[in-house]
Design a binder for this molecule. Structure first.
Ligand code: FUB
Length: 348
């Protein structure tokens, strides 16, 4: 994730650039929106960005978030995503979880997600433990907005960042992983070794990780494994390929096809790949979202009553401060072959 050369990218919006969507909330900075329809409303589970005064570095230490808020909106609000008063249609349900209430977590509450099963809502979040390693925790509540009560320990065998939980009938899968500050490059076959690093240009890229959740939704039912993404020639991506996985895993299903989408990190796009199985292999499909203002890009895709929406973030509200982002949403569409139409986040 973030990087000291972030100011190289999209520091200034093109003249007259007009964002296609407005921030869903303006009273706090927010990022990494994971959206789901629960109980007839869209619930959004974002990171809560703050300025902790930490300088930019390759480790992403300036992303020093310490709590989460959950937001919700009704279907009518989805018709006013570009309206300057869309915020009036979004409810802030208050603080849902604080790092001080998670015994194993020390800092950096990054991109979360949530799932529902049998009357319980499960909130999944990454944070650094007291050894400085990211792991993924789970917390529960009886309402979609919490507040959530954290389990005392992280999910066993979890690591890295950006959990996304996808429900496929009665099965739930967690997709996760992120490079650089997200530490994925230090793992091989689920084992940490700080001697490992990101593959060099021309070598095979690292893949995201998938594991089915156990019945209790608080543990993995299996050893996490790589989610293989192939290019259009059936070859694994190379590490220098602008399409390779970096972070921000998301899975959704449309017309029976599994769509895995992700951020390319230092190429600043959201891309996707498709498969007939939630385990893959996936084949590259294209770009969903062109670069936004700010170094990071992170999204989710949510369908309500037959309409699809991309939830994403950018840094327009803070005028380009990379760690002070705002969540947004915009409609998404597919062509007749199931290809997602690329979105330009600004009208220029
Ligand atoms: O918000 C912190 C990190 O920034 C997320 O975990 C990444 O996906 C990136 O958006």
């Amino acid at each position: 994730m973030s990087h000291s050369t972030e100011q190289e990218c999209w520091q200034v919006l093109p003249e007259n650039a007009d964002p296609i969507s407005q921030p869903l909330v303006k009273h706090q900075y927010s990022a990494d929106p994971s959206a789901h329809v629960f109980e007839g409303r869209v619930y959004i589970y974002p990171s809560h960005d703050i300025d902790a005064g930490i300088p930019f570095n390759d480790n992403g230490d300036h992303f020093a978030m310490c709590d989460y808020h959950v937001f919700s909106m009704d279907e009518a609000a989805l018709n006013k995503l570009s309206s300057t008063d869309v915020q009036s249609a979004v409810i802030d349900h208050g603080m849902a979880l604080h790092v001080d209430d998670v015994p194993w977590a020390e800092r950096q509450m990054w991109a979360p997600d949530a799932a529902h099963k049998n009357g319980t809502y499960y909130f999944y979040f990454p944070a650094r433990n007291y050894e400085g390693k990211f792991q993924i925790g789970v917390a529960t509540a009886k309402t979609p907005h919490g507040p959530f009560t954290a389990e005392p320990l992280p999910i066993e065998n979890s690591y890295s960042i950006d959990p996304a939980v996808f429900q496929d009938d009665d099965d739930y899968y967690m997709y996760f992983g992120g490079l650089w500050g997200g530490q994925l490059q230090e793992y091989r076959n689920n084992s940490f070794d700080e001697k490992h690093c990101e593959p060099a240009a021309g070598e095979t890229a690292l893949n995201p990780i998938v594991a089915k959740l156990a019945d209790d939704m608080k543990s993995f039912a299996e050893e996490p494994k790589e989610l293989v993404i192939l290019d259009n020639n059936g070859e694994p991506f190379k590490a220098d390929d602008e399409r390779r996985f970096f972070e921000a895993a998301w899975m959704h299903k449309h017309n029976g096809i599994y769509y895995f989408s992700y951020s390319t990190g230092n190429h600043h796009t959201i891309c996707y790949a498709t498969s007939n199985s939630p385990y893959g292999p996936f084949t590259y499909g294209g770009c969903i979202l062109e670069p936004v203002l700010g170094w990071t890009t992170h999204h989710s895709i949510c369908e309500m009553n037959g309409k699809s929406f991309l939830f994403y973030h950018d840094s327009t509200l803070s005028e380009g401060v990379t760690h002070l982002r705002s969540i947004k949403a915009t409609p998404i569409s597919y062509d007749e072959n199931g290809k997602i139409i690329t979105i330009k986040p600004y009208n220029v």
